[in-house]
Design a protein around this ligand. Sequence first.
Ligand code: ADP
Ligand code: ZN
Ligand code: ZN
Length: 737
Amino acid sequence: MMLTMPYSIAHVALPVPLDRTFDYLIKSEQKPVIGGRVKVPFGRQRLIGVVTKLSNESEFAREKLKAIDVVIDEQSLWPTNLYKLLNWSSTYYQYPLGDTLANAMPSWLRKGREANFASLKAWQITELGKNQDLNKLTRAPKQAKALNLVRHQQCSHEQMLEEEVTAATLKTISDKGWIKEVSLAPTPSYWYRDVEVTQEKPQLNEEQSIAIATVNANPEFGCYLLEGVTGSGKTEVYLQLLEPILKAGRQALILVPEIGLTPQTINRFKRRFNVPVDVIHSGLNDTERLNAWLAARDNHAGIIIGTRSALFTPFHDLGIIIVDEEHDASYKQQDSMRYHARDLAVMRANLDNIPIILGSATPALETLHNANVGKYHHLTLTKRAGTAIPARHGVLDVKGLYLNSGLSAPLIAQMRKHLSEGNQVMLFLNRRGFSPALMCHECGWMAECKRCDAFYTFHQHSNEIRCHHCGSQQPIIHQCQGCGSTQLISVGVGTEQLETQLTNLFPEYKTVRIDRDSTRRKGSLEDYLEAIKNNEYQILIGTQMLAKGHHFPNVTLVGLIDVDSSLFSSDFRAPERLAQLFIQVAGRAGRASKPGEVILQTHHPEHSLLQSLLHHGYGHFAEHALKERKFAQLPPYTHLSLFRAEANNNENVEQFLRQVRDILESHPQFHDATPVLGPIPAPLARRAGKYRWQLLFQAPNRTVMQSMLRGAKTAIELLPLAKKVRWTLDIEPQDLS
Ligand code: ADP
Ligand code: ZN
Ligand code: ZN
């Protein structure tokens, strides 16, 4: 008989910003597992960590080691491949494993809770409640509705809110003793036993059939770019691809952009199949998040639809991944681990050996490049399903024209025409606030944030000036701090000013503004969108937020007010984003009976990228833009990583990045093909009192980038200045600010 020696040392990844694991002794009765959580002493605290390795060896003396307090999980939290993916991400994005793993769990698991379903808050009717006569409650319809919902069965709190019963109403009737709070344990479902299509599906057109047949021909890993304008039937392709997967009892993951989570999309998946659909997004509370996570892992959910972080959901048996609007910038996380969910999704599909579909009307240049070189299959849908006709579009040369709050007379005239025909008009301007600066008319002094290298934005609505970079704000000033004059004027145009101006110009129509300021309150965006659909507003003003995923059939005129700021931006991705915005709005403007029109205001109608986009479409634009990227040695032809550093002491920051540069340049793999650019001051050189610098590292390919960064990182961490500045490394940054 063979005796297996139990392991005596657990190597644990902890959520601390140190890129290493810590060793703990295993007590004889403890059975930690790799990928499972343990609670351990760390300094004076107790931390929850994940076991990454079991052994009998430690580089430290045994008597120095502390023992594990509690073993929380008896099995790994993640399936093998997902655990591999997390390890891989930690390495690729140069982010500590402990933090990576912690970020990939619902917060309750991070806090050490058992990985079991949490019960939900729910409501149950009381005897008193049953005795209420609903007909007598006509003056309190909300209360009647709430009572009606719980009349025959318990109803979860969330479900009540979804049915538009407010928490206040629930409190009122529970205070009256008509309902009482209970906790509801979710019941597992066996959805996979008899999956059915519960809705009639359309006959596929030829391109859709080809797309589906191509994917289905290979049940193993393959990455498919599905390019098709809005309305060309991409979602229908997703649905029909899901069918055989679900019928085989396998699950599906659908990633959507941050704001794209519209109920319509979710409902299409819910209506098509009789399988449970769970939705994961930033608005979930901790219980809901844990439950959705467990529902996927324990096979209680067939379909998971979610935003970026849903990528890390464990599945019982994942059969397909879909990334909708794959070009969307929200797939890249901008803090902590700066991962790209689309890129990791491809990696995940590869590890799981399943197909992945990247859908978009305007694929990212990176994705198109991958299709061009044959790494991805390129599937296209060129026809609009249904009968909609493409929008007309035109460039409006505003050189020399008087601009009224950014609006030219021809645009205003065009708006009047569309509005008088009973249609809606939508205007885009990517700048919030009333005006981006406040200036003295006498001496030119400008109100500047004391903590940033930036001007205050004037917000007329709240009567204050605000810094969009550090968030500081103060009441509007009425006197120049340079010469004392009271003649302060606003410079430039923001969405708020546009709104004010349009209300003056078109008093007979109602105007609504959709930006981060106007939609701060939870649920307000949804309310506005609903009101727009109901034609309560005729003029819609918005930042890019308004473009994403929403369809407004009554909008027949779209104006892009300030195209030039994108054409001449310091961010090399700005033209690509402009082109994507243009195609998105052009694809959604109008419908069969009311053709749409898109107008672009610019001082540079001759700009070659603009010409290529307008006359030959996105594909041509992309080809042109890719050539420029190749010439300039920018992604996807090179791979960037960006070191950002900031501190109160300007010299320390610059000095630190110089040393980082020296380290990179002394690497044996360093040669002319991998220039290090900088350090240069960040586009916003000072924020909240801290000086900011950047260093851009450009590598010819991922392998060189990875091996050089890996080598450099240890050396960088040992620099004395590394402790005096706050620094981060952004692999393949989407945003260079
Ligand atoms: P996308 O996701 O590309 O915007 P959808 O899949 O939503 O496109 O399709 C747009 C509309 O056309 C939807 O109402 C959809 O039901 C319908 N549709 C899609 N494919 C077909 C088809 N083959 N025949 C008829 N209608 C279709
Ligand atoms: Zn002045
Ligand atoms: Zn500031």
